[in-house]
Design a protein around this ligand. Sequence first.
Ligand code: SIN
Length: 526
Amino acid sequence: MRNHSAQEWECAADVVVVGAGIAGLTTALGLRARGLRVMVVAASTRLTATALAQGGVAVVDGGDPLDSPALHVADTVAAGAGLVEPRAAQLVVAHGAAAVATLIQRGARFDHDENGTLRRTMEGGHSRPRIIHAGGDATGAEIQRALVRAAGHEHPGIVVLDGSTVTDLAVQAGAVVGARVIDEAGATGIIHAPAVVLATGGLGQLYEVTTNPAGARGDGIELALRAGATVADMEFVQFHPTMLYLPHASGTSPLISEAVRGEGAILLDHDGQRVTDPGDGGDLAPRDIVARAIARRMARAGTNHVYLDARHLPGFAQRFPTITRLCRAEGIEPAHDLIPVAPGAHYHCGGISTDAWGRTTVPGLYAVGEVARTGLHGANRLASNSLLEAAVMGDRAARAITADDWPRNRASLDQDSFDAPALEPSAVPRDATEADDLPGLMSQHAGVVRDESGLERLAGILAGSWTGPALVARAIVHGALHRRETRGCHTRTDHPRSDPAAARSTSLRLAHGALIPEDLEVPVHA
Ligand code: SIN
């Protein structure tokens, strides 16, 4: 690493990976195993969305004779409400068992039953119990532990800039050629690299209450948009039906895993009546349906939460140690008490458009995990398909980057010759909209339920902001405003039905100071 001054440093790598959850570390390990020099830039290698994941990994690995890849694909397609690209689902499901085997080989310890086979559970929208987990409800924490260890111990060649942030992508002649970084000490620098992988996770912190870790505000989407990449399906923000309801909570709140309903817990309102409709799949319907049912019941009753009844489940504390600890911290004993729950922002189903190898529409730029839109999730992600997708696509992106014909000497290009960012800096400071309570506005107008007047109002407030979280929010609002129907996790009270004519993905690009809708058929090819 070369220091220009106390403020500016410069170095080179074959690949920069931005983010250190399952997607980023799987990609980094795959690249390193193929001999490439990898730098991982991450705000944290500990506090990632992966580390917070409770439920598990949905996988068909031959352990259940009544399950099959075709069934898993069918469940994924059904949950996705008409927008899943079947070939993306087939691809991810087909490579799932191998990806789980790789996680195990890298040190992840999943839970087994008394016969020594992987223990499987149910979650909403699945027709078979195919969710594997670790430490009961600490699946993500175990995967994070194993991958961080693997990256540090087995592959000392992976350089991790922990506590650092990418502020911009360097673009030259329309291709990404590196990343500008602010490091832990506050010094800025540039990493020259002919390939950059965005694995930055989600955007739940654009909302008031979320399961996502601090900082999850769609930074990767902003970077990609500003580098000229196409994003798609931005309006599909998935709200998890059951976050622990804490009065006056804001920011990250505890999740009550869907696996709790998978084990038999039921949703009740304040009068003790069931919240979900058995005809719609009941408490184990896909989560858009359950979140909507809860939102409607709360609106009808004028309350801000409902309850999850898990009192009858045997051995709750052993099966769900993390949730038990989180509940007890709030004075709730799941074996005796109803658990107050409400929906919260959980997962972004849209994101940066990629092909089946993680390639974006900009040469040299790749995206993997939640920040990417592969076509797997459609309008509503099937529970526990996200860790699966990240593990499968991380490996595929590593293969693609190794094979792609990028000029390896790009890494030595002179930073003075970089193109200006796609747009001039905005007149609106990065934190201006935050000061105006962006999470409050997003929750109110672009939350579980939306309508035209609220979205129009929000679009007006955000107009002209094309940096920072406000730009990402604008892209969500744009998609939500123009999708005049209810589909998956996008619920329009003024258009309460799905419109068959609207059963297609929408995509956007930032150009000439505006978000430009595109007709992009995202290529999905194995
Ligand atoms: C959960 O444990 O309910 C979350 C699983 C997921 O979001 O896939």
